[in-house]
Every structure is written in structure tokens, then in C-alpha cells.
Design a binder for this molecule. Structure first.
Ligand SMILES: *[C@@H]1O[C@H](CO)[C@@H](O)[C@H](O)[C@H]1NC(C)=O
Ligand SMILES: *[C@@H]1O[C@H](CO)[C@@H](O)[C@H](O)[C@H]1NC(C)=O
Ligand SMILES: *[C@@H]1O[C@H](CO)[C@@H](O)[C@H](O)[C@H]1NC(C)=O
Ligand SMILES: *[C@@H]1O[C@H](CO)[C@@H](O)[C@H](O)[C@H]1NC(C)=O
Ligand SMILES: *[C@@H]1O[C@H](CO)[C@@H](O)[C@H](O)[C@H]1NC(C)=O
Ligand SMILES: *[C@@H]1O[C@H](CO)[C@@H](O)[C@H](O)[C@H]1NC(C)=O
Ligand SMILES: *[C@@H]1O[C@H](CO)[C@@H](O)[C@H](O)[C@H]1NC(C)=O
Ligand SMILES: *[C@@H]1O[C@H](CO)[C@@H](O)[C@H](O)[C@H]1NC(C)=O
Ligand SMILES: *[C@@H]1O[C@H](CO)[C@@H](O)[C@H](O)[C@H]1NC(C)=O
Ligand SMILES: *[C@@H]1O[C@H](CO)[C@@H](O)[C@H](O)[C@H]1NC(C)=O
Ligand SMILES: *[C@@H]1O[C@H](CO)[C@@H](O)[C@H](O)[C@H]1NC(C)=O
Ligand SMILES: *[C@@H]1O[C@H](CO)[C@@H](O)[C@H](O)[C@H]1NC(C)=O
Length: 553
């Protein structure tokens, strides 16, 4: 009963001299009605005059019970089998329901009375209380996808009206959380993982209480709890990269990728690697090629799987990769014999042999071995022809000599018929500009219109160049031009010894770089260094700086 209704009921009871009867749902109630005749009207002391008892319910057109004399009472269909008279005219109502709450009036009509009228009615209010009964509950097990919305409805009826309280894992749901509870319904706009748990809906009123439990599980992609770590190992050791994830649903599988490819699809790895059920990647007996980034991807088929990566470094003695069988050098021009070094830790030096003997650069002016281990020859001539091998060393030693490369001298192209500097021809007539060249192999001839030459950008040289001798080599440092007139794409480093020609030591120094360690054999040379700038067309502009000789000897 709401407070205002109880108040008006009380005032009604007071003013009409009516009575209030409380009863529980399912129980029974007796509504009193006195069948005491007034002394005047009784003809015989022991006999109650002939009468009709009528129980009327407010809001019903037909009385719920009418009894006359010895005849069986007539009962309203809603009350069939549930009402009877006791102690004369009192009404006994059994198997009460919440709908039985209301006003009842007892009327008694005395048939042999001189005055043919009903005795004034007796009014009774029947109030039914009921313990809570669930009318809706959520399922006992609920799965919801991460990010989806969620609604759990819980409702009960009863009298007084039950209150609904939600708990999560035995603690009351806090107001500040994103979970809203309105009129028994719990709702959430976007489900997060941490809302998984046991939810309890408790309904209660003065008559009793009920509890309903719902287990909530959030379905989502796995969550990585142990990520692989960057690892450095020596060759022929075993690598163990850990990866562990938690997931619901828990049908997890782990995939490992190396630089965009599944490890089971990489030729050098597939026969050796193992991915354990707990996600760990095993690579036994490491080889240098195993170095790289490894990415662990745990998946359970839900949404986007997460990933975690680690870098594997494999330290090994320096070695030489695939050497070309033949190296061609242009006769009379600058040439290079490449040693494809692979080394971690970095290469310290590269020794070369020519035709089976150690190559002694001191006896070959204009020859130099750059920091990458390649031989630069300022002017290639018949001296350069031969069989070469290289051997790279780092702090771990070497993995041996390279395959040999046969150095072959070839004629660079030269003009046989160069075009004249100027041609004059009448408008409308054909002009033939001859250009012929010779060389081995036969050179291609391309023509360029000279317009580009006039729009060449002016590049500014780097400033503050310095060279310093360190344990590791010659450390070159410079500052880039402050406000270059054309964007830089990189630097080129050249060096020369004595009066020999300039030799490129490094041609791809990033524009970001402002220092460079020149390692290896250069330490023993007294060299002049030159830094050049490169623009976006990869053109090198001869804006150079000569460095003071590093005093390394
Ligand atoms: C019946 O009620 C009326 C007023 O509602 C009152 O005047 C009358 O005296 C009552 N009669 C009896 C018999 O109580
Ligand atoms: C509250 O829920 C009850 C039943 O559970 C329903 O009868 C009532 O209309 C609801 N009230 C509001 C404001 O939604
Ligand atoms: C659940 O996680 C969200 C963020 O993902 C956070 O805002 C919220 O406070 C957390 N709730 C609980 C109960 O830990
Ligand atoms: C719920 O009802 C039980 C009896 O059924 C009673 O012992 C308990 O105290 C009630 N709990 C609350 C919170 O009303
Ligand atoms: C790798 O090898 C080097 C030299 O061979 C040794 O000093 C180093 O301790 C080794 N590192 C590991 C992790 O075994
Ligand atoms: C390897 O991963 C690191 C970050 O873990 C990243 O910085 C690096 O660029 C990756 N290298 C390659 C070759 O993918
Ligand atoms: C895991 O089970 C879900 C259904 O429960 C399914 O959709 C998914 O494909 C499964 N994932 C894997 C990796 O088996
Ligand atoms: C390789 O060169 C270094 C330095 O030039 C020299 O000390 C070393 O003896 C050479 N090693 C061999 C095997 O020739
Ligand atoms: C010369 O041209 C041919 C065909 O256009 C091409 O295949 C070849 O690589 C070119 N050679 C050089 C040295 O540019
Ligand atoms: C060269 O190195 C020494 C010692 O590290 C340092 O004191 C000196 O400033 C450096 N010189 C230049 C030009 O960087
Ligand atoms: C640039 O030089 C480094 C060695 O200093 C080499 O590893 C790299 O592949 C070169 N890059 C290009 C684009 O030539
Ligand atoms: C230069 O550095 C910037 C940021 O410092 C970086 O975004 C850019 O990729 C770098 N460029 C090169 C060629 O390394």
C-alpha cells in the first residue's frame, strides 16, 4: 500500500466506522458481519427472523455471495469454492490472491420486518500482503561480446511492492561505474572485460525476499599476459620466445610470424621451429638467418587478435654471403670488388686474397678497402685482373673465406662520333645529330635535353666537420646546413689517400645522420675525407669539405 492510499484508507475507516483486515496471499481471511437482531424486531427470542445475507464487493456488479434461508448460497464465479459464511453472516475467503484486496460490504435484509429495507451495511477493507514473486529474471548464464551493450532485467511483484537490488560478486553495484540500474533493469552501453562475474538480483518486501544469480561472461579476443622479449643469442644456441594469452572462449591457438610470414612457411625455419601449446616459440640451434622480428598472434576467432613482437639477434662470427662469380671492372675507370659481408657483432676488418696471395694494399696506391669491406680501385687496369676471395672478421672471428670472384676488365663506352656542340638547320627540314659509341658490352645511347641543367638546385654544404680517432675507428661528425635551399636526402662520403683519386666509402648516409664511424682498414691510412650532399634526384653535388687528417697512426 502506498502511503497516500493507506492514509485515505485510514480516514475512510475512521469516518465510516469500517474495519481493516490483513491477510497473506494464499491464506484465508474472515470478514466479520454481525447478525444480531434488534430486540424490537425479533418475534421469538430463540429464532432469528427470516433474512437474506448479501456480500457485495466494491467494483463488482453482482454480489459475490447471497444466502437465503436454508438454500445453498449463490456465489460469484470469481469466488466459486473460495467463499463461505461462518458464525452467521461473516465471510470466510480462502486461497487469497492479490486481486482480492479491496472493499467488501455486508448487507442483511430481514424479510419479515415491517420495514422492508436493508440493514445498513458493514464495510470492511481486505488488505492482502504477498512476498515477492519474480515475474522476470535474466538467464542464469549470459555471454556478451566485448563492446556490445548489455541489459539484465529483473522484476517481481508482491505486496508491498518489492524493491530490487543488484549486486556484482557480492558487492553492491557502485553508482560511479558505467553500469546503470533503473527500475530493476541493469544496463551497460559498452561491455568491458572486467564486468565478467556473478550478478545477484535480490527482491524483497516485508513479507520475504528472493535472490536470482546470473553468471556473466565477456567474449572477446585474447589478452596477451606474457609478451615475448627482445633476445640476443649466439649462433647454435636455442631460442625460446614466450607468449601467453588469456581468452574467453578459451579455444586459443598461437601463431608466430617472422617479418610478415608464418614461421612454418619460412624455408630455413619450418623444419626446426616448434610452437608449444602454451604459445612458446622454440628455435633450436640458431643460424644467422634466424635473426629478425618475431610476432606472436594468439587467436580464438573473436574480433581482432592482438599481437606482440620481439627482436631476435643472432651473434655469429663474420661471414661472407653469396659472392658473384665474376666482377667486371671498367678499364681506366673507378671500380669496385664487393665483399658481401654479414656480421653481428660488426665487422672489424676484411682480408682479401688475389690469385691465392694476400692482397697488400700498401703496394697498390689508389686501392682502398672501405668500411663495408669492398675493394675500391681508382683506376682499373690489367693489374686488377685475377681471382679474388675475401675473409671478414669480427670480434667472434670468421666463418671462413668467400667463394672466389673472377675480376674481368672491360672497356667502358667511349665516343667514336660525338655530336657537335652546335647544329644549324633550316626550319622544316630534317636534322640528324650523329652519336656513336664503342665499348664491351656494346653501350646503350640515351639522349637528354639539357633544360634540367639550368634548374639545378644549389645545395649548401654541411658545416663543422671533424674527425676523431677512437678505438673503433675514425669518428666523423658534422652539422647539417641550417636552412638548406633544397631538401637533403643524404650524404656521400669519399676518401682519398695521398694524391690518389677520390673513392666512395659510403653512398647512402641518411640525411638524419650527423656522424659516421669509419671502421676497419681505414684506421691505418692517413686519409682525407670529403662529404657531399645528395638531393632528391640522387644527384651528388660536389660541395665538399676536406677534413684535417685524423692522427690515427
Ligand atoms: C443507517 O445509516 C443512516 C445514515 O447513513 C442513518 O441515518 C441511519 O440511522 C442508519 N440506520 C441504522 C439502522 O443504523
Ligand atoms: C518498473 O517495472 C515494473 C515491473 O517490473 C513496471 O510495471 C513499471 O511500469 C516499471 N516502471 C517504469 C518507470 O518503468
Ligand atoms: C573496468 O575497466 C574500465 C576500463 O576498461 C574502467 O573504466 C572501469 O573502471 C573498470 N571497472 C572495474 C569495476 O574495474
Ligand atoms: C530473506 O528472508 C529470509 C527468510 O526467508 C530471512 O532470514 C532473511 O533475513 C531475509 N533477508 C533479507 C535481506 O531480507
Ligand atoms: C656468445 O659467445 C661469446 C664469444 O664466443 C661469449 O663471450 C658470450 O658469452 C656468448 N654469449 C652467450 C649468451 O652465450
Ligand atoms: C622490429 O620490431 C621493432 C619493434 O619491436 C621495430 O622497431 C623494427 O622496425 C622492426 N624491424 C623490422 C625489420 O620489422
Ligand atoms: C573458438 O570457438 C568459437 C565459438 O565458440 C569459434 O567461433 C572460433 O572459430 C573458435 N576458434 C578457434 C581458433 O578454434
Ligand atoms: C688480416 O688483416 C689484418 C690486418 O690487415 C692482419 O693483421 C691479419 O694478419 C690478416 N689475417 C690474415 C689471416 O691474413
Ligand atoms: C641497354 O638497353 C637494353 C634494352 O633497352 C637493356 O636491357 C640493358 O639493360 C641496357 N644496358 C645498360 C647497360 O643500360
Ligand atoms: C675527440 O675525442 C676526444 C676524446 O673523446 C674529445 O675530447 C675531443 O673533443 C674530440 N674532438 C672532436 C673534434 O670531436
Ligand atoms: C646502406 O648502407 C648500409 C651499410 O652501411 C647497408 O646495410 C644498406 O643496405 C644500404 N642501403 C642501401 C639502400 O643501399
Ligand atoms: C629522419 O628522422 C625522422 C624523425 O627524426 C624520421 O621520421 C625519418 O624517417 C628519418 N629519415 C630517415 C631517412 O632516417
Amino acid at each position: 500500500l502506498s502511503p497516500s492510499l493507506s492514509l485515505s484508507l485510514l480516514s475512510l475507516l475512521y469516518t465510516t466506522n469500517a474495519t481493516l483486515v490483513h491477510a497473506r496471499e494464499g491464506g484465508s481471511a474472515e470478514l466479520d458481519c454481525n447478525l444480531t437482531p434488534t430486540s424490537k424486531e425479533s418475534t421469538t427470542p430463540n429464532l432469528f427472523p427470516l433474512h437474506v445475507v448479501e456480500w457485495v464487493r466494491l467494483g463488482f456488479n453482482v454480489p459475490i455471495l447471497i444466502k437465503f434461508g436454508v438454500y445453498a448460497p449463490r456465489v460469484h464465479p470469481n469466488y466459486k469454492g473460495r467463499v463461505s459464511l461462518t458464525r452467521g453472516a461473516s465471510l470466510l475467503v480462502e486461497r487469497l490472491t492479490l486481486e482480492d484486496e479491496g472493499w467488501f460490504e455486508c448487507r442483511i435484509l430481514l424479510l419479515d420486518s415491517k420495514k422492508d429495507n436493508f440493514q445498513n451495511g458493514t464495510w470492511t477493507f481486505l488488505s492482502i500482503t504477498a512476498p515477492p514473486v519474480f515475474i522476470k529474471t535474466p538467464p542464469t548464464f549470459v555471454e556478451v561480446l566485448l563492446g556490445d551493450s548489455l541489459t539484465l532485467s529483473c522484476g517481481a511483484h508482491g505486496n508491498p511492492r518489492p524493491t530490487v537490488v543488484w549486486h556484482k560478486d557480492e558487492s553492491q553495484i557502485e553508482k560511479h561505474e558505467k553500469i546503470k540500474v533503473l527500475n530493476g533493469t541493469l544496463s551497460l552501453a559498452s561491455v568491458t572485460r572486467n564486468i565478467s562475474g556473478v550478478y545477484k538480483c535480490h527482491v524483497s518486501n516485508t513479507e520475504g525476499n528472493l535472490t536470482h544469480y546470473t553468471q556473466l561472461q565477456v567474449k572477446g579476443p585474447p589478452l596477451i599476459i606474457i609478451s615475448p622479449e627482445d633476445t640476443t643469442l649466439n649462433m647454435s644456441q636455442d631460442a625460446v620466445l614466450q607468449c601467453q594469452a588469456d581468452a574467453y572462449p578459451s579455444n586459443l591457438t598461437y601463431e608466430w610470424w617472422k617479418q610478415g610470414q608464418n614461421v612454418y612457411h619460412i624455408e630455413s625455419l619450418k623444419s626446426r621451429v616448434k610452437v608449444l601449446v602454451d604459445g612458446t616459440l622454440l628455435i633450436p640451434n640458431l643460424i644467422p638467418e634466424d635473426a629478425g622480428n618475431y610476432t606472436c598472434i594468439p587467436t580464438n576467432g573473436i574480433l581482432t587478435p592482438p599481437s606482440a613482437s620481439a627482436h631476435l639477434k643472432v651473434k655469429h662470427p663474420a661471414r661472407v654471403g653469396r659472392m658473384s662469380r665474376e666482377t667486371y671492372l671498367p678499364a681506366g675507370m673507378e671500380g669496385v670488388i664487393i665483399c658481401p659481408v654479414q656480421a653481428d657483432p660488426p665487422v672489424l676488418y676484411v682480408n682479401w686474397t688475389k690469385d691465392g696471395n694476400d692482397l697488400n694494399l700498401d703496394k697498390l696506391p689508389g686501392w682502398i678497402v672501405n668500411s663495408e669491406g669492398s675493394v675500391f680501385i681508382t683506376t682499373a687496369n690489367d693489374n686488377a685482373v685475377g681471382m679474388y676471395t675475401c675473409t671478414a672478421y669480427n670480434s667472434y672471428g670468421t666463418m671462413g673465406q668467400s667463394e672466389p670472384t673472377q675480376v674481368i676488365l672491360q672497356d667502358p663506352p667511349s665516343f667514336r662520333v660525338p655530336p657537335r656542340p652546335e647544329y644549324l638547320q633550316e626550319v622544316g627540314r630534317e636534322l640528324i645529330i650523329p652519336c656513336e659509341a664503342i665499348g664491351d658490352p656494346t653501350p646503350n645511347i640515351t639522349w637528354k635535353t639539357p633544360t634540367a641543367v639550368t634548374t639545378l638546385p644549389i645545395l649548401d654544404p654541411p658545416i663543422f666537420l671533424s674527425a676523431n680517432c677512437t678505438e673503433q675507428g675514425v669518428l666523423l661528425q658534422w652539422s647539417p646546413p641550417e636552412d638548406p635551399s633544397s631538401p637533403l636526402t643524404g650524404y656521400v662520403l669519399q676518401a682519398r689517400r695521398d694524391q690518389a683519386q677520390w673513392v666512395i666509402l659510403s653512398s647512402n648516409i641518411s640525411a638524419n645522420q650527423s656522424e659516421l664511424l669509419v671502421q676497419g682498414l681505414l684506421r691505418v691510412m692517413s686519409s682525407l675525407f670529403l662529404i657531399q650532399l645528395m638531393d632528391k634526384d640522387q644527384s651528388v653535388w660536389p660541395l665538399c669539405f676536406l677534413l684535417s687528417q685524423p692522427d690515427c697512426m
